[in-house]
Design a protein around this ligand. Structure first.
Ligand SMILES: [Zn+2]
Length: 518
């Protein structure tokens, strides 16, 4: 019989994330879609002889999470590198690297990632002398958590000789390299120790399992071109149940434009997303572009990655081609420049919004918020940053001072102005519930959303940002059956959202977590 569901779920509290009817009790799926979402009576009609009936026992169900700013292909390439997160002194991090060096053949790279001096009592960047104490038989590199900078030892500097003079290559008063590399210099060095596509492809299924445990069903992944191939091969083999909207480097814009390739190409598993463009650096590295100097550094205001005319050229080329853009902008000066540029590109090339996105969007002022709304731009934010760095004495306060810091990540202003908002993690760390917790329980009133608004940004908001709002992002009839069953109620107990547990994750009507034995 045609009107028979594969699965009927009853007895739940379903937050659909839809504007009309945000709550339901039951749902039915057939193949990879919802065929009914509503009251028990509405859904019962779909139960047939072969339908499996699942009692939710009053549990909360939400749409599958869409991490709208992920680096999972990068994460796949980083398996085997040494994690330096959770260390409380620089010495702890150096000790971990020393252990890694002991089991690495001499001459091979020793790579450490995710140190954060804001969490160390010593509060300074490691330099060449520090890392020479790890090993002088290996090139050693330790990447800061923001990925915008890293520190290296003397053998690694040997391999970076040709980078002297590049922007971000730090030298001391007498011209000697300090071992600290930022932005351009660091990104050049990065290509020399990064994993190749074969490693990425091999590790992708493991990364997908991590996503499933966290309730993530779709990602907007920032990928290097080599990872795009790894994703294609992994999906073709059918080994990857994770929906990927791949955001490719902005440097590919001209060649994509030449080939006439537009955002959206692909299918519901793997799609070409936005071109990813940088406008500034990070607060942690003092490279995010600020209007006024950094706290306690009268001459430091950060940097623009590209001159404004070059930024405009890239964004305009993409826009005319039909490529969505996703521009990294953190500091207030960068957020303003990108907003103004995109607004004028949209105005001068009329014909429907491309939903251009601003990634991070951490310090928009009132005027910028207004322009963002007017131009139909999307704010792509990471609420986990509040939990990580917005507390007393942490990065935002340290870099911005106590007055400016109160303006960081104003989700409430963003949402209440009606600016399309999507949430992601930037992988720092992955975990939608952790992010949602901080979007609801932020330090400042302007940061705080209702649980409903926060869940929407992590689900429907992401679907809108990838032009897939008719396919996913809400629990509604006709959409892909991507959803999460929770233990604990984040709507009734918003102060403890981070203590809720992902009980089950389903993608396209198939349970992917926990993995069934059959
Ligand atoms: Zn990122």
């Amino acid at each position: 019989m045609a009107r028979e569901a594969d699965l009927v779920f009853v007895g739940g509290r379903l937050f659909t994330a839809a504007r009309v009817r945000p709550w339901a009790q039951a749902m039915a799926t057939r193949n990879d879609r919802f065929v009914a979402v509503g009251t028990e009576a509405q859904v019962e009609g779909w139960a047939g002889r072969r339908t499996r009936r699942i009692d939710l026992h009053g549990r909360v169900v939400v749409p599958g999470f869409i991490d709208a700013h992920a680096h999972m292909a990068d994460s796949a390439g980083e398996i085997g590198w040494t994690r330096l997160s959770g260390t409380r002194f620089m010495e702890d991090a150096l000790a971990r690297l020393r252990k890694a060096a002991a089991r690495t053949p001499a001459g091979d790279w020793v790579v450490g990632i995710d140190w954060d001096e804001a969490k160390w009592t010593d509060r300074r960047y490691p330099n060449r002398a520090d890392l020479d104490r790890v090993s002088t038989d290996h090139p050693v590199v330790a990447r800061r958590i923001d990925c915008h900078m890293g520190s290296v030892n003397s053998p690694a500097l040997e391999r970076a000789r040709d980078l002297v003079g590049l922007r971000g290559f730090d030298v001391d008063g007498s011209g000697r390299p300090t071992g600290i590399l930022k932005e351009d210099a660091f990104s050049e060095l990065h290509d020399r120790f990064a994993s190749g596509p074969a490693v990425i492809e091999r590790n992708l299924p493991r990364i997908a399992r991590m996503a499933h445990r966290l309730g993530i069903t779709s990602i907007h992944d920032v990928v290097p071109m080599s990872a795009w191939q790894a994703y294609q091969r992994a999906h073709r083999r059918g080994g990857l149940r994770l929906r990927v909207y791949a955001m490719v480097p902005g440097t590919a814009t001209a060649s994509l434009a030449q080939a006439g390739i537009q955002s959206g190409l692909g299918d519901e598993w793997l799609r070409l997303g936005a071109v990813k463009v940088f406008s500034d650096g990070s607060l942690g590295a003092f490279t995010a572009a600020l209007d006024a100097p950094y706290e306690g550094q009268a001459k430091e205001r950060g940097m623009f990655v590209h001159p404004p005319s070059k930024l405009r050229e890239t964004l305009e080329t993409a826009h005319r081609t039909g490529l969505q853009t996703a521009t990294h902008a953190i500091g207030d000066a960068a957020v303003r420049l990108v907003t103004e540029t995109l607004a004028s590109v949209e105005e001068e090339n009329a014909g429907g919004t491309m939903r251009h996105r601003i990634e991070h969007y951490e310090l928009p002022d009132e005027e910028v918020l207004r322009r963002t709304k007017q131009a139909g731009l999307v704010a792509s934010c990471q609420p986990n940053f509040i939990g990580q760095w917005s507390g007393p004495g942490d990065v935002y306060e340290n870099r911005l001072g106590s007055i400016r810091m109160a303006r960081n990540n104003p989700y409430r202003r963003i949402a209440r102005l009606g600016i399309p908002l999507c949430f992601g993690s930037d992988g720092m760390p992955y975990g939608p519930l952790y992010g949602i917790h901080w979007a609801v329980n932020g330090y400042f009133e302007d940061q705080r959303l209702s649980p409903e608004e926060a869940f929407r940004a992590y689900t429907a908001g992401g679907a809108y940002a990838s032009f897939e709002e008719h396919q996913k992002g809400t629990l509604e009839t006709g959409k892909l059956a991507d959803f999460v069953v929770l233990e604990g109620d984040p709507f009734r107990n918003p102060q403890t959202i981070d203590r809720c547990v992902i009980r089950e994750t389903w993608i396209g009507g198939v349970r992917v977590f926990p993995v069934s034995k059959s």
